[in-house]
Ligand binder design. Structure first.
Ligand code: SAM
Length: 334
């Protein structure tokens, strides 16, 4: 069923207010979200947010997509939330669709979480299955490259995106999953929005901004509500190749102008990243300093600009960075 086939009731204003005021931070105790003492890809308040949304926001109108589930932490938070939600009891199962390559990547942080028994390139799906065992009735596992996956066509109510690590994956999420969001009901959680290396996320969300309402930030994530159906032709537009650099920069400038200083600084640093990727190293570095000067009093800004500078100096060629982001999780050897 497509978005246009379902006409849900408008989302309750009271719950929207709860989301805007981060209700999960005080309603969900620390001990209710697992792995709180270990190194994590998503932090404590993000885990509480996922659990809270699954309990209080999920209405049964659509599925929950966990795009980039890794070892299952986001999935478990969503599943425990659904267990506490009476509306989920009568829903057809599975409700959660969890996507991942399940291939051990090269980076030390991921490998620390997975444990030393899993060499680079091997499957870590057993770790996910163990972690989510108690909720297996709720979860469909989709193993493999998300860019090759087709969505089943049913409505999507909660879309958690923690996999948009390059233009291509980001584009596939937009063209394959966004058409099935429910206006007035679907929440999109962009887990990478609050990092400065992902201009594709910032460009895309601004390109679609008139169809979304920003709800809140939670750690790395920004939450959006789909407010009206997005025209199909916009979702099919290849944002990397079919819109010019100037247009992308204009979108980023619009985002910078509307966000709070911290998010604005993040997107400003991302603008230098975009210029690096599209125009080259000197151009990317040249726009960093004037951008940074505009955020002198913003505490997080220096870190964003420092990180982007070192990324540019390390990669030197934007395409190298993109290739690495694309292949990072797919290489068989370290
Ligand atoms: C930041 S981690 C996700 C963390 C997870 N949400 C959690 O709660 O711990 C990103 C995940 O995306 C997966 N990934 C990256 N590119 C992918 C692709 N093209 N297709 C499927 N999964 C991909 C990686 O394998 C990795 O597990």
């Amino acid at each position: 069923m497509s978005e246009s086939d379902s006409q849900p009731e408008p989302a309750a204003d009271a719950y929207l207010d709860s989301i805007r005021t981060h209700a999960w931070r005080h309603e969900i105790p620390d001990e209710a979200v697992p792995w709180r003492d270990t190194a994590e890809m998503i932090l404590g308040n993000e885990r509480k947010m996922l659990r809270w949304l699954a309990t209080h926001w999920f209405s049964g109108l659509g599925s929950v997509v966990d795009a980039g589930c890794f070892a299952g932490r986001s999935t478990v938070c969503l599943a425990t939330g659904l267990r506490d939600n009476a509306r989920a009891k009568d829903c057809a199962k599975p409700i959660i669709h969890a996507y991942d390559l399940f291939r051990v990547p090269r980076d030390a942080f991921s490998r620390d979480i997975l444990g030393s028994e899993f060499p680079v390139g091997s499957s870590f799906r057993p770790v996910f299955e163990r972690a989510t065992e108690a909720y297996s009735d709720l979860i469909a596992i989709h193993e493999g490259d998300l860019k090759a996956k087709r969505w089943n066509g049913s409505p999507i109510e909660i879309l958690f995106v923690d996999v948009a690590k390059c233009w291509l994956t980001n584009q596939h999420i937009i063209s394959e999953f966004f058409p099935h969001l429910i206006s007035g009901q679907s929440i999109i959680i962009q887990q990478d929005y609050n990092t400065p290396y992902v201009p594709w996320v910032h460009v895309a969300m601004e390109f679609l901004a008139e169809y979304m309402a920003f709800l809140c930030d939670e750690d790395g994530s920004k939450l959006f509500l789909l407010t009206k159906p997005i025209p199909a032709e916009l979702l099919k537009r290849n944002l990397r190749t079919e819109i010019k650099t100037d247009h992308k920069i204009a979108l980023l400038d619009r985002a910078i102008a509307k966000w709070d200083p911290q998010s604005a600084a993040c997107v400003a640093a991302s603008k230098a990243m975009l210029v690096f990727m599209e125009q080259g190293m000197q151009e990317g570095l040249a726009c960093l300093e004037p951008l940074q000067d505009g955020f002198a009093g913003v505490p997080a800004a220096a870190g964003y600009f420092r990180d982007v500078r070192s990324m540019i100096e390390f990669w030197k060629v934007g395409a190298d960075l993109e290739n690495d982001m694309t292949e990072k999780f797919e290489r068989e050897t370290g």
